[in-house]
Write a protein that binds this ligand. Structure first.
Ligand code: V47
Length: 382
């Protein structure tokens, strides 16, 4: 009986392969070969959900096995005052707006101290392009956090914030990074990547770093021993080809530097964003699109990135759990306070407990592990 069901499963898969016109590509994926842009686009555009899931899950099993990780962390958004004016963002406020805020270094320290008491190992600190803050603010924030909580890993500032500091303070990117590293910066989050396409960025976020600049900041950070993540904001006005090209640019840089720790697809939340105001028909993308995109990410990037994240804050805990069967091997973290997606209509909670993440992973049939920011195992639940 079991055998019958199993062979039906294979028959279904084989007929899908034969019908789909992407069977040779699928064979190349299973042989561990690297796909070209043309092949990757065909898979993204034509590969059906079931096939992509099968391929991604098989690669996930070979590349990272059954461990699924999470980090005990806290996000801190030190300011929302921003001059970049990105059309997809509902978090920022113009610096002079009554709703703009900036945390003092003491307020940041207070949030960190709460995180430390709750067993966090990482602080994820990002803000906005705030022209009213001096460079010393960032240095003293990092110094003070390092002095008070030497055991907390400081993962801070997106590549676009670094490019903004470089422009605003007339320093080279290298100099900015060196000074922040000296003050306590250990790694960088992957935000601000959006879609690494110059034309699309001119439409969506002309006020901030170009695709080339984003990649240049990351290359420089990696050269200086500052590891980072990489994100992709998808499900807005980009095409499937844009997503593939974005991933391939990351794959190229990773070959050069080996400095990326993980890839995090971020699903676009439209509510309260300028983009939604100009395109009211824009809706949050579907679960199927999310799963197909995560699966393609595993197929294109898994060999070099290893860690593909299902960021539960943006996906929702249930879809993130399903994504563990579509190539993802990490759920991000406990988070505690998330503002970017929630400003844009995310209905998820702002935090998850360690127990909840362990249960989600176990229920998906995987082995939960608590990890450090740089993916060392801290605890496992076999
Ligand atoms: O940089 C902005 C994106 C990012 C929206 O590296 C939006 O460990 C959805 O980068 N809908 C912030 N997304 C989040 C981020 C991140 C999160 C978790 C872990 C890590 C990491 C990084 O969110 C922004 C931008 O790309 N974003 N607006 C929106 N409306």
């Amino acid at each position: 009986m079991l055998l019958l069901r199993f062979s039906k499963h294979w028959m279904r898969l084989l007929s899908k392969l034969a019908d789909s016109g992407v069977s040779t590509i699928a064979e190349r994926v299973l042989a561990g070969e690297e796909l070209s842009k043309r092949e990757a686009c065909a898979l993204m555009e034509e590969g059906d959900l079931y096939l992509l899931g099968f391929l991604a899950d098989e690669l996930r099993r070979r590349q990272v096995g059954d461990l699924v990780s999470f980090v005990v962390n806290r996000q801190i958004n030190y300011t929302n005052a921003c001059v970049a004016g990105c059309k997809f963002c509902a978090f920022y406020r113009p610096p002079r707006s009554g709703e703009a805020y900036t945390l003092s270094v003491e307020e940041v320290v207070e949030k960190a101290s709460q995180a430390a008491r709750e067993g966090a190992t990482e602080l994820h600190i990002v803000g906005a392009h705030n022209p009213e803050l001096p460079f010393e603010y960032y240095e003293s924030m990092l110094r003070e956090l390092r002095r008070r909580f030497p055991e907390l890993h400081l993962k801070a500032f997106t590549a676009t914030e670094i490019a903004f500091f470089s422009r605003n303070f007339g320093m080279s990117i290298r100099e900015v990074l060196l000074r922040l590293k000296e003050a306590g910066l250990r790694s960088m989050p992957g935000g601000g990547a959006e879609i690494l396409d110059e034309e699309l960025r001119r439409q969506l976020c002309p006020g901030k770093a170009s695709a080339r600049e984003w990649l240049r900041v990351m290359r420089t950070a990696h050269e200086l021993g500052i590891k980072s993540n990489a994100t992709m904001l998808f499900g807005h006005v980009e095409s499937l080809r844009h997503r593939v090209e974005h991933m391939l640019k990351l794959r190229e840089l990773q070959k050069e530097t080996r400095g990326f720790m993980s890839f995090i697809p971020l699903v676009y939340h439209p509510e309260h964003t300028p983009l939604k105001r100009s395109m009211p028909e824009l809706m949050r993308t579907s679960a199927v699109d999310v799963l197909r995109t995560i699966a393609v990410a595993r197929i294109l990037l898994g060999e070099s990135f290893r860690n593909i994240r299902a960021y539960w804050v943006m996906l929702g805990k249930k879809l993130a759990q399903v994504a563990l069967h579509y190539g993802a091997n990490d759920l991000d973290g406990t988070v505690v306070e998330e503002r970017v997606a929630h400003a844009a209509g995310a209905e998820t909670e702002q935090f998850a407990t360690r127990e909840e993440l362990v249960a989600l992973i176990r229920e998906a049939g995987r082995v939960p592990v608590q990890r450090s920011t740089d993916y060392r195992i801290i605890q496992r639940w076999d």
